[in-house]
Design a binder for this molecule. Structure first.
Ligand code: NAP
Ligand code: MG
Length: 498
């Protein structure tokens, strides 16, 4: 295992880490009055920073700042001003790309290549895409048939108004991307934001907030409050000063947040867990099936809401594909994300490493067999070996529950009826992929799969212009594309008599 010595870290990262940490409220660092949360480098199991554990008074202050901005300077900004600010933000993310990428790899553990390409690259493009929406929000004019009083005529129109102050709560798997996914559409629509990053990964969100200020976004429009979910997060989502909650994370917490939001009739959108099936039909060449299933599950160490964690391979090619996948997984190099040659990097935390190994052990105890991996990698970091489980039964927890680690269960299937039934046999419905060049079969399967996204001959691909969200217990609402505008606006009907 190789780790990068600290002297090779970008000086901008060291400078950021050396600064006193606080919340970000009204474009200023605000010291916390409560306890602290330690932030780790998961490749070395070392503390790299501390952030405040936000109190409810600090949440109040952030919400009040967001409200003042919403009703003040931000309301006066023209759509073209918001577009220009978001565009400047995208340029600043790009200009600070190496710093943000290293900060993310240091804190989250993922490969530096993924941090550069995705955390930074996608964040730049997503922010730029959403900047464009700021000037393209529209309503409609409506013909009305009202007949009274005689002689009066009517014209209706709809106006999209910002939903208001957004409380955003995000997870640790794609920390910068998740922050941008919430902030950029909210700002495009004229909303203001209080964001609570995951306790494990608050650093890039705090740096992003500084860049928002540098981009000219007025004080109070973007606020970041750090702390734990059960306290700081719960105080934010139940706050009566919040107009909308935008959440990404587990289904368990998503349900709690939905309940808390409904108590105040706060609007909410939930992007939740998954147990996404990867379906390999028998015409797929073995090499393509192995590459496709490996990238579907092992990308980001399986810490992906759409991770292809259930692999269904048609019987005729099952042994060849799964045997080769086991060999490929066993050959993967495990180590620090700072060495781009490492194919599997640490999980985000010791807690997540234990959780994932706990699932593997449950599977093994229930009769599953590991043909690759099967436990933790060499420490001190929070590594888990890429794991392929076979001989599984559909009722096992490893088949039904979201593991959120580099663990795939592989199962053979007979025909399309068999695989459609089993693909839908979990509470989740986030993503699915179908691999085949037999378009007749592909087209007949797509409508039978209950999932928010169905990929064909690819997996995990997300584009700013393509709606993203879950069926069933995988969520509520759609992010991305035009659908994001629905999440961050209210429709007002105007009825004019003349
Ligand atoms: P989580 O508990 O759902 O956390 C997501 C976010 O919600 C974090 O910011 C968390 O804060 C916050 N939170 C937790 N309880 C809250 C509450 N009662 N009110 C308001 N906010 C609350 O996820 P996790 O604990 O980090 O990971 C556990 C499992 O969730 C994973 O193993 C995985 O299966 C699943 N997960 C799914 C996704 C996804 O994208 N689908 C993402 C992450 C995790 P703290 O970080 O401070 O606890
Ligand atoms: Mg948590």
């Amino acid at each position: 295992m190789t780790a990068v010595p600290h002297q090779q870290i970008d000086p901008a990262v060291s400078a950021f880490l050396a600064k006193p940490r606080g919340h970000w409220i009204d474009n200023k660092v605000v010291a916390g009055q409560g306890g602290k949360v330690a932030v780790y480098d998961p490749a070395r199991a070392e503390v790299i920073a501390e952030v405040p554990d936000g109190t409810s008074a600090e949440v109040d202050a952030a919400v009040a700042a967001a409200r003042r901005a919403l009703e003040g300077e931000w309301a006066a900004a023209r759509p073209a001003d918001r577009e220009a600010m978001l565009y400047r933000l995208s340029e600043l993310i790009a200009a600070h790309g190496e710093e943000l990428a290293q900060l993310e790899t240091l804190n989250q553990g993922k490969s530096i290549m993924m941090s550069r390409m995705l955390e930074v690259g996608h964040s730049v493009e997503f922010t730029r895409y959403m900047a464009g929406w700021a000037t393209k929000i529209e309503g409609s004019t409506l013909d009305l048939s009202l007949a009274f009083p005689p002689g009066v005529r009517y014209r209706g129109m709809t106006v999209r108004e910002p939903v208001g102050v957004v409380g955003a709560v995000i997870p640790w798997n794609f920390p910068l991307i998740m922050a941008v996914w919430k902030i950029a559409p909210a700002l495009a629509c004229g909303c203001t934001v209080v964001l609570k990053p995951a306790e494990e990964t608050p650093l890039t969100a705090l740096r992003l907030a500084e860049l928002c200020a540098e981009a000219g976004i007025p004080a109070g429009v973007v606020n970041v409050i750090t702390g734990r979910g059960e306290t700081t997060g719960a105080a934010l989502v139940s706050h009566p000063g919040i107009d909308k909650v935008a959440f990404t994370g587990s289904t368990e917490v998503g349900k709690k947040i939905g309940h808390a939001a409904i108590d105040n009739m706060t609007r909410f959108s939930l992007e939740l867990g998954g147990k996404s099936p990867v379906i390999m039909l028998e015409d797929v060449p073995v090499e393509m099936a192995v590459g496709g299933s490996a990238m579907s599950i092992f990308f980001n160490q399986g810490q992906v809401c759409t991770a292809g964690s259930r692999l269904y391979v048609q019987k005729r090619i099952f042994d060849d594909v799964v045997g080769a996948l086991g060999q490929a997984a066993s050959a993967m190099t495990v180590g620090s994300g700072f060495d781009p040659n490492n194919q599997i990097n640490p999980l985000v935390s010791e807690r997540q490493q234990k959780r994932v190994c706990g699932y593997i052990n449950q599977g093994l105890a229930a009769g599953a067999r590991a043909i690759a991996g099967g436990g933790p990698g060499d420490g001190p970091g929070y590594f888990v070996k890429p794991t392929v489980l076979v001989d599984v039964d559909h009722s096992m927890s490893v088949v039904q529950e979201e593991i959120f680690g580099p663990v795939v269960v592989a199962m053979p299937f007979d025909d399309l009826d068999d695989v459609a039934k089993r693909a839908n046999d979990t509470v989740y419905g986030l993503g699915a992929s179908i691999w085949s060049n037999d378009m007749g079969k592909v087209m007949s399967l797509i409508p039978r799969i209950k999932a928010g996204t169905v990929w064909v001959n690819t997996h995990n691909m997300i584009d700013p212009n393509m709606p993203f969200g879950g069926f069933k217990q995988s969520g509520y609402g759609r992010e991305m594309g035009r659908a994001a505008i629905d999440l961050y606006t209210e429709t007002k009907s105007v009825c004019i008599a003349y």
